[in-house]
Ligand binder design. Sequence first.
Ligand SMILES: Cc1cc2nc3c(=O)[nH]c(=O)nc-3n(C[C@H](O)[C@H](O)[C@H](O)COP(=O)(O)O)c2cc1C
Length: 202
Amino acid sequence: MKVLRIDASARVAGSRSREIADLIEKKLMQLHPNTEVVVRDIINNPIPHISQEKIEAFEMTQPLTDEQKPLLQLSDELIDELLAADILLLSVPMYNFSVPSALKAYIDHIVRAGKTFSFDEQGAVGLIEDKKCYLATALGGVYTGSEFEPMNFLTGYLQGLLGFLGITDVEVFQLEGTDFDAEGLPARKQALISQVETMQVR
Ligand SMILES: Cc1cc2nc3c(=O)[nH]c(=O)nc-3n(C[C@H](O)[C@H](O)[C@H](O)COP(=O)(O)O)c2cc1C
């Protein structure tokens, strides 16, 4: 079993989302001791923003020139790495109501027509098959059931995006109130630990 782990928190120490991902990884290792974990470090080795030249290369239907070929190299590498994994383990903090830009830059490299999605007569088709995703999120505030719920553009966005690519089997582990609910946090954390204990593994 091959796991691709991507941590999106700029905090490398004291990160709640990484902490949840650590628990999930530990559980996976317990259940499948031969699991290989590949880490794509988008914080220490950031993915650049896409550029005009890259967009043009992504959209090319004819073979690229030797000059253009390097433009696809990183995107191809990231897509191959993702396709090679059985499991995607993603840990993501909420930044300004959505995903950190480090993760968005990654996403802009892996969402590619003809590679990870396409269209047919029925509409959009996700081309990534047979993958499970564990999504660990940490949100400073409490959104579920609160007046701020519509401002959570993180969880639904990622579920929608992954589904668009064909990754529909997504299990969400969400820790809310990491900064603004000190009183409720221990119980929320305990609930997550229980969720990890009983999580579905293939
Ligand atoms: C740049 C930045 C922006 C943030 N924006 C929000 C936000 O919009 N809403 C929120 O509830 N918390 C926000 N937070 C708080 C984080 O979501 C919270 O600290 C979370 O635990 C971060 O994940 P981590 O512990 O894995 O780093 C923000 C934190 C940072 C550093």
